[in-house]
Ligand binder design. Structure first.
Ligand code: NDP
Length: 295
Protein backbone atom coordinates (compact mmCIF):
# COMPACT_ATOMS: atom_id res chain seq x y z
CA UNK A 1 0.00 0.00 0.00
CA UNK A 2 0.94 3.66 -0.02
CA UNK A 3 3.04 5.30 2.64
CA UNK A 4 2.63 8.67 4.28
CA UNK A 5 5.11 11.44 3.58
CA UNK A 6 7.17 12.01 6.70
CA UNK A 7 7.21 15.65 7.85
CA UNK A 8 10.84 16.43 8.71
CA UNK A 9 10.57 18.74 11.72
CA UNK A 10 14.31 18.88 12.15
CA UNK A 11 14.85 20.19 8.60
CA UNK A 12 11.94 22.65 8.78
CA UNK A 13 13.17 23.95 12.16
CA UNK A 14 16.69 24.37 10.73
CA UNK A 15 15.29 26.40 7.80
CA UNK A 16 13.37 28.64 10.19
CA UNK A 17 16.40 29.16 12.41
CA UNK A 18 18.46 30.17 9.38
CA UNK A 19 15.74 32.67 8.37
CA UNK A 20 15.73 34.07 11.92
CA UNK A 21 19.51 34.43 11.88
CA UNK A 22 19.25 36.53 8.71
CA UNK A 23 16.57 38.75 10.21
CA UNK A 24 18.61 39.26 13.38
CA UNK A 25 21.60 40.27 11.27
CA UNK A 26 19.43 42.80 9.40
CA UNK A 27 18.22 44.34 12.66
CA UNK A 28 21.78 44.57 13.88
CA UNK A 29 22.97 46.22 10.66
CA UNK A 30 20.15 48.76 10.68
CA UNK A 31 19.94 49.56 14.40
CA UNK A 32 23.06 48.18 16.06
CA UNK A 33 20.95 46.09 18.42
CA UNK A 34 19.85 42.46 18.59
CA UNK A 35 16.91 40.74 20.29
CA UNK A 36 17.55 39.35 23.79
CA UNK A 37 15.95 36.41 25.58
CA UNK A 38 16.04 35.85 29.34
CA UNK A 39 15.60 32.40 30.82
CA UNK A 40 14.75 32.10 34.50
CA UNK A 41 15.37 28.72 36.02
CA UNK A 42 14.39 27.73 39.54
CA UNK A 43 16.02 24.66 41.05
CA UNK A 44 18.12 22.12 39.21
CA UNK A 45 15.92 19.56 37.48
CA UNK A 46 18.21 17.76 35.00
CA UNK A 47 15.61 17.89 32.19
CA UNK A 48 15.11 21.64 32.69
CA UNK A 49 18.89 22.13 32.61
CA UNK A 50 19.04 20.30 29.26
CA UNK A 51 16.28 22.44 27.73
CA UNK A 52 17.92 25.60 28.99
CA UNK A 53 21.27 24.60 27.50
CA UNK A 54 19.60 23.88 24.15
CA UNK A 55 17.82 27.25 24.22
CA UNK A 56 21.07 29.09 24.91
CA UNK A 57 22.87 27.35 22.09
CA UNK A 58 20.02 28.09 19.67
CA UNK A 59 20.09 31.77 20.69
CA UNK A 60 23.86 31.95 20.16
CA UNK A 61 23.57 30.43 16.70
CA UNK A 62 20.84 32.87 15.68
CA UNK A 63 22.72 35.89 17.03
CA UNK A 64 20.12 36.47 19.76
CA UNK A 65 21.56 37.61 23.06
CA UNK A 66 20.70 35.37 25.98
CA UNK A 67 20.40 36.18 29.64
CA UNK A 68 20.30 33.58 32.29
CA UNK A 69 19.21 33.74 35.91
CA UNK A 70 19.30 30.69 38.10
CA UNK A 71 18.06 30.45 41.69
CA UNK A 72 17.93 27.43 44.00
CA UNK A 73 14.82 25.34 44.59
CA UNK A 74 14.54 26.99 48.01
CA UNK A 75 14.18 30.52 46.59
CA UNK A 76 11.03 32.40 47.54
CA UNK A 77 8.27 33.43 45.18
CA UNK A 78 9.16 37.06 45.92
CA UNK A 79 12.74 36.49 44.73
CA UNK A 80 11.55 35.02 41.44
CA UNK A 81 9.06 37.87 40.98
CA UNK A 82 11.91 40.33 41.52
CA UNK A 83 14.00 38.69 38.80
CA UNK A 84 11.04 38.79 36.41
CA UNK A 85 10.51 42.48 37.19
CA UNK A 86 14.16 43.32 36.58
CA UNK A 87 13.98 41.69 33.12
CA UNK A 88 10.70 43.50 32.50
CA UNK A 89 12.61 46.75 33.02
CA UNK A 90 15.70 45.79 30.98
CA UNK A 91 15.54 47.36 27.49
CA UNK A 92 18.02 44.79 26.09
CA UNK A 93 15.74 41.92 27.03
CA UNK A 94 12.76 41.33 24.69
CA UNK A 95 11.59 37.95 25.85
CA UNK A 96 11.28 36.33 29.27
CA UNK A 97 10.84 32.67 29.80
CA UNK A 98 10.32 31.09 33.19
CA UNK A 99 11.21 27.42 32.92
CA UNK A 100 8.31 25.24 34.13
CA UNK A 101 7.49 23.38 36.28
CA UNK A 102 8.15 25.63 39.28
CA UNK A 103 8.57 24.25 42.81
CA UNK A 104 5.28 23.58 44.59
CA UNK A 105 5.63 26.50 47.03
CA UNK A 106 5.34 29.00 44.18
CA UNK A 107 2.20 30.24 42.49
CA UNK A 108 2.91 29.53 38.83
CA UNK A 109 -0.02 31.59 37.57
CA UNK A 110 1.09 34.62 39.57
CA UNK A 111 4.66 34.41 38.27
CA UNK A 112 3.59 33.97 34.63
CA UNK A 113 1.18 36.89 34.95
CA UNK A 114 4.04 39.08 36.23
CA UNK A 115 5.87 38.80 32.90
CA UNK A 116 5.39 41.95 30.86
CA UNK A 117 2.85 41.29 28.08
CA UNK A 118 5.32 42.64 25.52
CA UNK A 119 7.94 40.09 26.63
CA UNK A 120 5.73 37.02 27.04
CA UNK A 121 7.49 34.96 24.33
CA UNK A 122 6.09 31.72 25.77
CA UNK A 123 2.61 33.09 25.11
CA UNK A 124 1.29 31.84 28.46
CA UNK A 125 0.20 35.20 29.88
CA UNK A 126 -3.57 35.02 30.49
CA UNK A 127 -4.12 38.14 28.36
CA UNK A 128 -2.24 36.63 25.41
CA UNK A 129 -4.25 33.40 25.74
CA UNK A 130 -7.41 35.49 26.06
CA UNK A 131 -6.62 37.40 22.88
CA UNK A 132 -5.85 34.16 21.06
CA UNK A 133 -9.37 32.98 21.87
CA UNK A 134 -11.17 36.18 20.85
CA UNK A 135 -12.30 37.25 17.41
CA UNK A 136 -9.34 38.02 15.18
CA UNK A 137 -7.15 35.68 17.26
CA UNK A 138 -4.29 38.19 17.43
CA UNK A 139 -2.22 37.89 20.62
CA UNK A 140 1.27 39.40 20.79
CA UNK A 141 2.69 35.86 21.08
CA UNK A 142 1.40 32.36 20.54
CA UNK A 143 2.61 29.41 22.66
CA UNK A 144 5.59 27.77 20.98
CA UNK A 145 4.69 24.07 20.77
CA UNK A 146 1.23 24.46 19.24
CA UNK A 147 2.51 27.24 16.97
CA UNK A 148 5.20 24.79 15.85
CA UNK A 149 2.47 22.28 14.97
CA UNK A 150 0.58 24.75 12.80
CA UNK A 151 3.78 25.92 11.07
CA UNK A 152 4.71 22.28 10.33
CA UNK A 153 1.31 21.80 8.66
CA UNK A 154 1.62 25.01 6.65
CA UNK A 155 5.20 24.40 5.53
CA UNK A 156 4.22 20.89 4.45
CA UNK A 157 1.51 22.27 2.19
CA UNK A 158 -1.45 20.96 4.20
CA UNK A 159 -4.60 22.93 3.37
CA UNK A 160 -6.36 23.95 6.61
CA UNK A 161 -9.31 26.11 5.62
CA UNK A 162 -12.60 24.27 6.00
CA UNK A 163 -10.95 21.04 7.14
CA UNK A 164 -11.96 18.92 10.11
CA UNK A 165 -9.26 19.07 12.75
CA UNK A 166 -9.20 16.98 15.90
CA UNK A 167 -6.91 17.88 18.78
CA UNK A 168 -6.32 15.13 21.33
CA UNK A 169 -5.59 16.87 24.66
CA UNK A 170 -6.75 20.15 26.19
CA UNK A 171 -3.80 21.35 28.29
CA UNK A 172 -2.92 25.01 28.67
CA UNK A 173 0.42 24.59 26.95
CA UNK A 174 -0.49 22.40 23.96
CA UNK A 175 -4.03 21.13 23.32
CA UNK A 176 -6.14 24.18 24.13
CA UNK A 177 -4.00 26.75 22.27
CA UNK A 178 -3.55 24.31 19.35
CA UNK A 179 -7.33 24.12 19.01
CA UNK A 180 -7.62 27.93 19.04
CA UNK A 181 -4.89 28.31 16.41
CA UNK A 182 -6.56 25.79 14.10
CA UNK A 183 -9.83 27.70 14.51
CA UNK A 184 -7.95 30.83 13.49
CA UNK A 185 -6.89 28.93 10.36
CA UNK A 186 -10.57 28.22 9.58
CA UNK A 187 -10.57 24.55 10.56
CA UNK A 188 -13.64 23.01 12.17
CA UNK A 189 -12.12 21.92 15.44
CA UNK A 190 -13.05 19.13 17.84
CA UNK A 191 -11.17 18.62 21.10
CA UNK A 192 -10.85 15.13 22.55
CA UNK A 193 -9.84 14.62 26.18
CA UNK A 194 -9.81 11.93 28.84
CA UNK A 195 -13.59 12.11 29.37
CA UNK A 196 -14.47 11.92 25.67
CA UNK A 197 -16.75 9.04 24.71
CA UNK A 198 -15.57 7.00 21.73
CA UNK A 199 -12.54 9.11 20.77
CA UNK A 200 -11.72 6.73 17.92
CA UNK A 201 -14.96 7.59 16.09
CA UNK A 202 -14.17 11.31 16.41
CA UNK A 203 -10.50 11.11 15.44
CA UNK A 204 -11.42 9.04 12.38
CA UNK A 205 -13.36 12.01 10.97
CA UNK A 206 -10.30 14.25 11.03
CA UNK A 207 -8.44 15.63 8.03
CA UNK A 208 -5.87 16.96 10.48
CA UNK A 209 -4.94 15.31 13.79
CA UNK A 210 -2.86 16.94 16.51
CA UNK A 211 -2.09 14.33 19.16
CA UNK A 212 -1.06 15.79 22.53
CA UNK A 213 -2.31 13.40 25.19
CA UNK A 214 0.94 12.01 26.55
CA UNK A 215 -0.26 8.43 26.04
CA UNK A 216 2.12 6.21 24.08
CA UNK A 217 0.72 4.87 20.78
CA UNK A 218 -2.92 5.50 21.71
CA UNK A 219 -3.67 6.49 18.09
CA UNK A 220 -3.84 3.38 15.93
CA UNK A 221 -4.29 2.79 12.23
CA UNK A 222 -8.06 2.28 12.54
CA UNK A 223 -8.36 5.75 14.17
CA UNK A 224 -7.06 7.47 11.06
CA UNK A 225 -8.89 8.49 7.90
CA UNK A 226 -6.94 7.73 4.71
CA UNK A 227 -4.84 10.72 3.70
CA UNK A 228 -5.10 12.58 7.03
CA UNK A 229 -2.22 14.78 8.21
CA UNK A 230 -0.94 13.77 11.65
CA UNK A 231 1.12 15.93 14.00
CA UNK A 232 2.34 13.93 16.96
CA UNK A 233 3.28 16.09 19.97
CA UNK A 234 3.45 13.17 22.41
CA UNK A 235 6.84 12.57 23.96
CA UNK A 236 6.56 9.43 26.05
CA UNK A 237 9.42 7.40 27.41
CA UNK A 238 8.86 3.69 27.12
CA UNK A 239 11.17 0.88 28.28
CA UNK A 240 13.61 -0.32 25.61
CA UNK A 241 16.22 -2.89 26.57
CA UNK A 242 18.22 -2.24 23.37
CA UNK A 243 19.03 1.32 24.53
CA UNK A 244 21.84 2.21 26.88
CA UNK A 245 19.48 4.36 28.95
CA UNK A 246 16.93 1.53 29.09
CA UNK A 247 14.23 3.63 27.46
CA UNK A 248 13.34 5.44 24.26
CA UNK A 249 11.02 8.31 23.36
CA UNK A 250 7.89 7.62 21.40
CA UNK A 251 4.77 9.50 20.36
CA UNK A 252 1.04 9.29 21.02
CA UNK A 253 0.68 7.90 17.50
CA UNK A 254 1.59 4.38 16.44
CA UNK A 255 3.82 5.64 13.62
CA UNK A 256 4.51 2.20 12.14
CA UNK A 257 0.80 1.49 11.62
CA UNK A 258 -0.54 4.98 11.01
CA UNK A 259 1.98 5.90 8.32
CA UNK A 260 0.27 3.25 6.17
CA UNK A 261 -2.96 5.26 6.03
CA UNK A 262 -2.01 8.89 6.74
CA UNK A 263 -1.10 11.33 3.98
CA UNK A 264 1.53 13.13 6.07
CA UNK A 265 2.92 12.34 9.50
CA UNK A 266 5.55 13.62 11.93
CA UNK A 267 8.02 11.23 13.57
CA UNK A 268 8.96 11.26 17.27
CA UNK A 269 11.66 12.35 17.81
CA UNK A 270 12.39 14.74 14.93
CA UNK A 271 8.91 16.17 14.40
CA UNK A 272 7.39 18.73 16.74
CA UNK A 273 10.29 18.70 19.24
CA UNK A 274 12.77 20.77 17.20
CA UNK A 275 10.01 23.25 16.29
CA UNK A 276 9.39 24.41 19.85
CA UNK A 277 12.75 26.14 20.18
CA UNK A 278 12.52 27.52 16.64
CA UNK A 279 9.18 29.15 17.57
CA UNK A 280 10.67 30.55 20.78
CA UNK A 281 13.39 32.23 18.71
CA UNK A 282 10.77 33.44 16.24
CA UNK A 283 8.70 34.99 19.05
CA UNK A 284 11.85 36.62 20.47
CA UNK A 285 12.74 38.04 17.05
CA UNK A 286 9.21 39.46 16.65
CA UNK A 287 9.43 41.05 20.09
CA UNK A 288 12.92 42.44 19.45
CA UNK A 289 11.84 43.83 16.10
CA UNK A 290 8.84 45.57 17.67
CA UNK A 291 11.03 47.13 20.36
CA UNK A 292 14.09 47.95 18.23
CA UNK A 293 12.58 48.85 14.86
CA UNK A 294 9.10 49.81 16.05
CA UNK A 295 7.32 47.28 13.83
P1 NDP B 1 -0.98 17.16 29.94
O1 NDP B 1 -0.81 15.92 30.72
O2 NDP B 1 -0.97 18.49 30.61
O3 NDP B 1 -2.34 17.06 29.12
C1 NDP B 1 -2.73 15.89 28.47
C2 NDP B 1 -4.10 16.08 27.86
O4 NDP B 1 -4.46 14.89 27.16
C3 NDP B 1 -5.20 16.33 28.90
O5 NDP B 1 -6.10 17.28 28.40
C4 NDP B 1 -5.88 14.96 29.04
O6 NDP B 1 -7.27 15.04 29.31
C5 NDP B 1 -5.67 14.38 27.66
N1 NDP B 1 -5.56 12.91 27.69
C6 NDP B 1 -4.72 12.16 28.43
N2 NDP B 1 -4.89 10.86 28.16
C7 NDP B 1 -5.87 10.78 27.24
C8 NDP B 1 -6.51 9.71 26.56
N3 NDP B 1 -6.17 8.43 26.79
N4 NDP B 1 -7.48 9.99 25.67
C9 NDP B 1 -7.84 11.27 25.43
N5 NDP B 1 -7.26 12.33 26.03
C10 NDP B 1 -6.30 12.09 26.92
O7 NDP B 1 0.14 17.08 28.83
P2 NDP B 1 0.76 18.24 27.89
O8 NDP B 1 -0.30 18.87 27.09
O9 NDP B 1 1.69 19.05 28.65
O10 NDP B 1 1.66 17.33 26.91
C11 NDP B 1 1.09 16.35 26.06
C12 NDP B 1 2.19 15.54 25.43
O11 NDP B 1 3.01 16.37 24.62
C13 NDP B 1 3.16 14.90 26.43
O12 NDP B 1 3.58 13.65 25.93
C14 NDP B 1 4.32 15.85 26.47
O13 NDP B 1 5.52 15.21 26.82
C15 NDP B 1 4.35 16.31 25.03
N6 NDP B 1 4.95 17.65 24.85
C16 NDP B 1 5.91 17.80 23.88
C17 NDP B 1 6.47 19.03 23.64
C18 NDP B 1 7.46 19.15 22.53
O14 NDP B 1 7.62 18.29 21.72
N7 NDP B 1 8.17 20.22 22.43
C19 NDP B 1 6.14 20.21 24.43
C20 NDP B 1 5.07 19.98 25.38
C21 NDP B 1 4.53 18.74 25.58
P3 NDP B 1 -7.88 15.72 30.66
O15 NDP B 1 -7.81 17.20 30.40
O16 NDP B 1 -9.26 15.20 30.70
O17 NDP B 1 -7.00 15.26 31.78
Amino acid sequence: GSKAAVIDGKAIAADIRAEIKEEVAKLKAAHGRVPGLAVVIVGSRPDSATYVRMKRKACDEAGIRSFHEEVPETATEAEVLKIVQSFNADPDCHGILVQLPLPKHMNEEKILAAISLEKDVDGFHPLNIGKLSMKGHEPLFMPCTPKGCVVLLERSGVELRGKNAVVVGRSNIVGMPAALMLMKKDCTVTVVHSRTKDPQRIVREADVIIAAAGSAHMIKKNWVKRGAAIIDVGTNSVPDASKKTGYRLTGDVDFEECSKVAGKITPVPGGVGPMTIAMLLSNTLDSGRRAIAGK
